[in-house]
Design a protein around this ligand. Structure first.
Ligand code: NAD
Ligand code: IPM
Ligand code: MN
Length: 347
């Protein structure tokens, strides 16, 4: 029997609840589909930081490298550990070290989910550059605490980085409805974003079957609310993609529905799957986190591993649960109720 080794990093807050839910669903679908999932759970989190002084051990990345995939809940507990420490100690280094350069985030309404818009008919795939750009980490502060203090944080856009994410976007558009929206702010940022637009225009000549339109980020934010059905694949830089995908989550009914895959398309290191949302400290101890985003992320993991039939079965079970009204209204159903509805629908 084929068995996949999966590193589980539940992390903080609701991350633990939603990973437990996703794992129950994954185990059940694997048992019926006839493949194995071998989990190894890592306690790396803000609690781990409080105990050890680090978000993960020094050899954490090397430990993860041997797995077929990583399933992560959420990282961050800002009341106790600054986000600038926790995220740069765990989540962001994994994305960079394993060159998970394509962060894929689907936005569409599940059956029975209303969403805040009248539009029902959208199906957007947001592709976010995930290793550089505004998240390069290059910068520093000098004269700290004085009136002369200076803070510099530099965005880094490399030809390799921009080309590969745009190419990925063109390929996805080609495989879907043939429309690519490339998002920049090249009217204001005249070096990096103009560079991105130029590469978009050059690659477009290689993909005559894809209709590509360049948008400014501000106009795209409005379009996602006013005319989401006009969009197919969106490709954006790291920060712009981050912001647009919380907007995408909102129009699909909330963060509890937004799934994501941090893909290493070259497959020379593990990819990581995680909901778009964070640790949600405001609801963390209430047992009402929606696990659907994490379960959907688990389905994306199975698809990446080549288990498309099992991934489709999970998506059908999620749809059956929401169609029956379970999990559709934020806060109405308990995490366990939603998880059991998905598990039952799998049967
Ligand atoms: P958040 O996504 O945790 O929460 C934003 C809002 O959405 C909250 O009101 C929360 O209750 C709600 N929400 C989120 N997920 C939900 C779910 N599954 N079901 C129901 N409601 C849900 O964002 P935040 O509050 O800005 O961040 C909290 C912490 O998480 C911070 O430390 C932040 O840095 C971190 N964070 C981590 C990740 C990640 O690990 N990928 C992503 C985003 C934020
Ligand atoms: C996300 C999150 C992270 C990001 C944070 C927690 C660093 O918001 O995955 O969307 O900005 O990438
Ligand atoms: Mn985000």
């Amino acid at each position: 029997m084929k068995t996949y080794s999966i590193a589980l990093i539940p992390g903080d807050g609701i991350g633990k609840d939603v990973i437990s839910a996703a794992w129950q669903v994954l185990e059940k679908v694997a048992a019926t589909a006839g493949f194995g999932l071998q989990p190894t759970s890592f306690p790396w989190s803000c609690a781990y930081y409080k105990e050890t002084g680090a978000m993960m051990p020094v050899d954490g990345i090397e430990t993860l490298r041997g797995f077929d995939a990583i399933l992560l809940g959420a990282v961050g507990w800002p009341a106790e550990v600054p986000d600038s420490v926790s995220l740069h100690g765990l989540l962001l280094p994994i994305r960079k070290a394993f060159e998970q350069y394509a962060n894929i985030r689907p936005h569409r309404l599940l059956p029975g989910v209303e969403g805040p818009l009248k539009a029902r008919d959208f199906d957007i795939l947001c592709i976010r550059e995930n290793t550089e750009g505004e998240y390069s980490g290059a910068g520093g502060r000098v004269h700290q605490g004085t009136q002369n203090e200076v803070a510099v944080e530099t965005s880094i856009f490399t030809r390799t980085g921009v080309e590969r994410i745009l190419r990925f976007g063109f390929e996805q558009a080609r495989a879907r409805r043939g429309k690519l929206a490339s998002v920049t702010k090249s009217n204001a940022q005249k070096y990096s974003m103009v560079f991105w637009d130029e590469i978009t225009a050059r690659l477009a000549r290689e993909y005559p079957d894809v209709t590509v339109t360049s948008y400014h980020i501000d106009a795209m934010a409005a379009r996602m609310v006013m005319a989401p059905e006009s969009l197919d694949v969106i490709v954006a830089s790291n920060l712009f993609g981050d912001i647009l995908t919380d907007l995408g989550a909102a129009i699909q009914g909330g963060l509890g529905f937004a799934a994501s895959a941090n893909l290493n398309p070259d497959r020379n290191a593990p990819s990581m799957f995680e909901p778009v949302h964070g640790s949600a400290p405001d609801i963390a101890h209430l047992g009402i986190a929606n696990p659907i985003a994490a379960i959907w992320s688990g389905a994306m993991m199975l698809e990446h591993l080549g288990e498309k039939t099992a991934a489709d079965a999970i998506m059908r079970a999620i749809a059956a649960a929401t169609e029956s009204g379970i999990g559709t209204v934020p806060g109405k159903d308990k995490t366990d109720t939603i998880t059991h509805a998905v598990l039952n629908a799998l049967a």
